[in-house]
Design a protein around this ligand. Structure first.
Ligand code: GDP
Ligand code: ZN
Length: 309
């Protein structure tokens, strides 16, 4: 239900009347890296404390990583809600990476362009989003602060699903969460007291149930998982081949380059670059691909370096 560093809160899936609302959960040593949304088997150690026995197999795990460490965002999610805004301008790089993480894990991506009441930068935002619209990713223009009706019209896209909210800070993620789940700040305070996070409430991930009236799936409520705002979205854990497949628009061109070890950056007879010149593939996407391959290789070199020490 909530994670802060290596401290977690979990709730019983089918609670008995004697069960506490939450267990404070610890992992034994560094064995278990848990994410919000995980299903756990616990061994209780006191009334409201427990240690992790097992993490049940996941449908997916959204995480980011650079050459040195990785950070789990959420597990077992149905969709990613990427919150962008007209102002301050969002990072197209982060948008591109979120799309790759989603495609790799087989999670739906839905883009929420917030603060569309601020019209000045709206066209620019739409321009940056055009390649993603072209890829068929749904984009909703919203104003979390000023358009409650528009926000309510999104409820059918969330009902019965577990959605994770991601975005840079300042995009309006908290405003949006509180608009959809008015009790969110009260729940956050309760979680924070139990997790003893003190002031660091914004560095935790949290799980909020959605109202039953929004819809159920397999007898379960939908949920929103809030993650801390971040500026970097490293995908160093993806191999070159995984990256190629996560750029779904590359699919018709893969295997058609002149050289079998083509890096799609400068080679003659590159089918991907031909796709760009025929405007079937956006040049910014190829640039992102090359950057991600570069980071992935660097990470491999770093890891090998560590192992040989
Ligand atoms: P977070 O860092 O992503 O959680 O962003 P916040 O929810 O704290 O919002 C950042 C700022 O944007 C705050 O000053 C909000 O009042 C403002 N904001 C949020 N949503 C909207 C919106 O729809 N329109 C406008 N004009 N401002 C908004
Ligand atoms: Zn190529």
């Amino acid at each position: 239900m909530a994670s802060y560093g290596r401290n977690y809160l979990a709730r019983p899936l089918h609670p008995n009347s004697s069960d506490p609302e939450f267990y404070e959960v610890k992992s034994r040593g560094k064995k278990h890296e848990v994410a919000v949304g995980d299903f756990l088997e616990l061994q209780t150690t006191s009334n409201n404390q427990a240690v992790i026995e097992t993490i049940l197999p996941r449908n997916n795990l959204l995480f980011r990583s650079d050459a040195f460490r990785s950070k789990s965002i959420a597990a077992n999610v149905d969709q990613i809600l990427l919150v962008l805004a007209t102002e301050p301008g969002f990072s197209p790089d982060l948008l591109g990476r979120a799309a790759i993480a989603a495609a790799h894990e087989g999670i739906e991506l839905r883009i929420l362009l917030n603060k569309t009441d601020l019209k000045e930068q709206l066209l620019k935002a739409r321009e940056l989003l055009a390649p993603y619209q072209h890829l068929g990713i749904p984009i909703h223009e919203i104003s979390a602060k000023f358009d409650a009706h528009g926000m309510a019209s999104l409820e059918p896209f969330l009902g019965g699903k577990v959605s994770v909210l991601v975005g840079q800070s300042g995009m309006g993620k908290s405003t949006l969460l509180n608009q959809w789940i008015p009790s969110a700040s009260a729940q956050t305070r309760e979680h924070s007291t139990k997790l003893d996070t003190g002031k660091h409430t914004t560095t935790a991930c949290r799980y909020y149930d959605l109202p039953a009236s929004w819809g159920m799936k397999d007898g379960r409520l939908g949920a929103l998982i809030d993650s801390p705002g971040f500026q970097e979205f490293g995908l160093a854990h993806l191999s070159e081949s995984e990256l190629q497949h996560a750029f779904t628009e590359f699919a018709p061109y893969l295997g058609k380059c002149r050289f079998h070890n083509c890096t799609h950056s400068h080679e003659p007879g590159c089918a991907i670059l031909d796709g760009v010149s025929q405007t079937q593939i956006s040049p910014t996407r190829v640039k992102l691909f090359n950057q991600l391959v570069h980071e992935s290789r660097n990470a491999t070199i770093q890891t090998q370096g560590h192992q040989s020490l």
